[in-house]
Design a protein. Structure first.
Lengths: 363, 221
């Protein structure tokens, strides 16, 4: 009566015990393997390898310890459907976020490597009245402090600079007077001089400056074949793709943060420092009210570039111990890093500014 | 309901086969299927947390990377080996019952229980380190050594995932103690060991979840 006999398999599957032992050894081996691979950096592959090993371990446990390999098809389908649904949940829910490029704003020297769009450069090479007018405004804001309000190379910053900034009224050009040559000079800056890189400005803005300074110069040449070749404007550039872009959303977000800077509590004690006023006038717009840095201070929209400054708090840098290094960096700028040279201080002002900057760095 | 019901026992045991089953094997199959369906529920329960993990890790991989370094991968590795060994002893206890070796089966259950206890002791040391270091969630996150993002998010996931898993270990310890007591009492033999078998299935799942938690939480980069 107890056995009606309508079951096909009236016995339990009995697994040989040594199979359990072998599976256990394999599981320990795979555990060691996953720990060892985690000690090396394979980038995204770390995650893939770790999950592959974990899945293999899981398969061993399910097949042999849980004996699903020998179980009936109903139980097997139960487990397979569970695994399938977990995979569906994770992959579809996270499908967007997994493939998304978590682009962070990059520093300007990296962004500049992407290069400018040659097609756009080629179009803007030709002068228009509109560009000259735009360039005049940009010149007053960005260049006049050293090159002079009228372009005579006699701005307030010029006194401390050696070599002196270009006098656009003289008709002399050291790095070429053709539009593309001047564009290159503005883009890259001139190493060893106060002329820093303005690659943070858009192509349009830089060409507007080019056409303005050419408009006030008594002598200038047009682009030669060599000029165009040097700037990569000779071949087929219709397929050019800018290599590095910054997500506009991130730039906007960081621009919004600029207005939110507040002086931290522990920095307020410096506010009556004699260097504080100089700092506020000449440095704070980029380095933050208390040297905290990391705020966007110059943004080009095409290509989108965010300019960042480093926090000075706890900074290990040569200038902190060396006032002459400080003076050199401040007056000459950092070519290619977007740091302009600012040099019109007297010796009292230099020492006040240096002492204040050191105080902000925590020294 | 006329007449009386004849009571059938599984051979060599005091286990009466419920009258709605044809045989002891029929009962065994049904019980096991019940456990598999429960395990599917368990997997889907944990899957919600794995989805949350995948979303937040993809959103802020740098923070997950840094936060993961605050976990002790050697302690996590030790616990992995302890749980894998407990899965072996659990499987062996079923194997010995199938061979009518009740004494060895009960020894294996004791070993399984001790492994589970060891796991919880190691977990206790890990948790207390995190409580002291402020590696917690929300306003209780007071640790200052991680610069990226909001590491409290990593630790809220860490405590939820390992906490739910740890609860399963504790429940498993209770059930293992119970089947050990019944094994000692002589309730089981080669024909009837259903409670031990379904306990083993549950225990292997606890192991299975940990197999994924370990690399995802401890071994990021």
């Amino acid at each position: 009566m107890a056995h009606h006999g309508n079951h096909k398999e009236e016995h339990h599957h009995v697994t040989p015990l040594e199979i359990f032992h072998k599976v256990f050894i394999a599981l320990i081996g795979l555990t060691v393997l996953t720990v060892v691979t985690s000690l090396y950096d394979f980038g995204m592959m770390n995650m893939v390898v770790a999950m592959a090993i974990a899945s293999l371990k899981a398969a061993l446990v399910i097949m042999f310890f849980m004996q699903l390999k020998y179980d009936n098809i109903l139980n097997q389908l139960c487990m397979i459907s569970a695994i399938l649904f977990v995979a569906i949940f994770i992959l579809i829910t996270a499908s967007d976020v997994i493939v998304r490029d978590n682009g962070r704003p990059m520093r300007i020297e990296k962004a500049a490597q992407g290069g400018d769009d040659p097609a756009l450069m080629n179009k803007l090479r030709a002068v228009t009245d509109d560009q000259v007018a735009k360039g005049k405004v940009l010149y007053a804001n960005n260049c006049a402090s050293c090159h002079g309000a009228t372009g005579g190379g006699d701005g307030p910053g010029a006194a401390a600079l050696n070599p002196k900034p270009r006098n656009f009224l003289s008709g002399e050009w050291k790095y070429g007077s053709s539009p593309t040559r001047i564009f290159t000079t503005i883009t890259n800056g001139v190493k060893g001089t106060g002329m820093s890189s303005y690659s943070g400005m858009s192509v349009e803005e830089r060409y507007a400056l080019v056409h303005y300074v050419r408009s006030i110069s008594p002598q200038k040449s047009d682009d030669s074949a060599e000029d165009l070749k040097a700037a990569g404007l000779d071949g087929d550039f219709s397929k050019f793709k800018p290599k590095q872009m910054v997500d506009v959303g991130i730039v906007m977000e960081n621009m919004a943060q600029v207005d939110q800077v507040e002086l931290p509590q522990d920095r307020q004690k410096f506010s009556d420092h004699p260097g504080a006023k100089l700092y506020a006038q000449h440095c704070a717009s980029c380095h933050g009210l208390s040297g905290q840095g990391a705020k966007v201070t110059a943004v080009g929209v095409n290509p989108p570039i965010a300019l960042y400054t480093t926090s000075w708090n706890g900074l290990q840098a040569g200038w902190i111990q060396d006032s002459s290094a400080f003076k050199k960096i401040v007056s000459e700028g950092l070519t290619g890093w977007g740091k302009p040279g600012i040099g019109h201080f007297n010796s009292d002002e230099w020492s006040q500014l240096y002492s204040y900057a050191r105080a902000l760095s925590g020294r | 309901m006329s007449g009386h019901h004849e009571v059938h026992y599984v051979e060599g045991t005091k286990h009466a086969i419920p009258h709605h089953f044809n045989s002891g094997y029929h009962e065994f199959d049904a019980s096991k299927m019940g456990m598999w369906v429960f395990l599917v529920n368990e997997i889907l329960l944990f899957s919600a947390l794995f989805v949350a993990y995948a979303m937040f890790r993809a959103k802020d991989p740098v923070m997950f990377h840094e936060a993961s370094h605050q976990l002790n991968k050697w302690m996590g590795g030790l616990n992995t080996i302890v749980l894998l060994f407990s899965s072996l002893t659990m499987a062996l206890s079923v194997g010995y019952l199938q061979r009518n070796n009740t004494k060895r089966a009960s020894q294996m259950l004791i070993l399984t229980f001790l492994c589970a206890a060891t796991f919880m002791v190691v977990k206790y040391f890990e948790y207390s380190h995190k409580f002291h270091a402020g590696l917690l969630t929300a306003k209780f996150y007071t640790f200052e050594g991680i610069s990226a993002g909001h590491p409290g998010l990593f630790f809220s996931l860490y405590f939820m995932m390992t906490g739910l898993h740890g609860l399963h270990v504790l429940i498993g310890m209770g059930v293992i103690a119970w089947v050990w007591w019944r094994t000692r009492r002589g309730d089981f033999n080669e024909h009837y060991f259903t409670p031990v078998e379904v306990t083993a299935l549950y225990w292997h799942l606890v192991d299975l979840v940990w197999i994924f938690l370990f690399p995802l939480l401890y071994l990021i980069g």
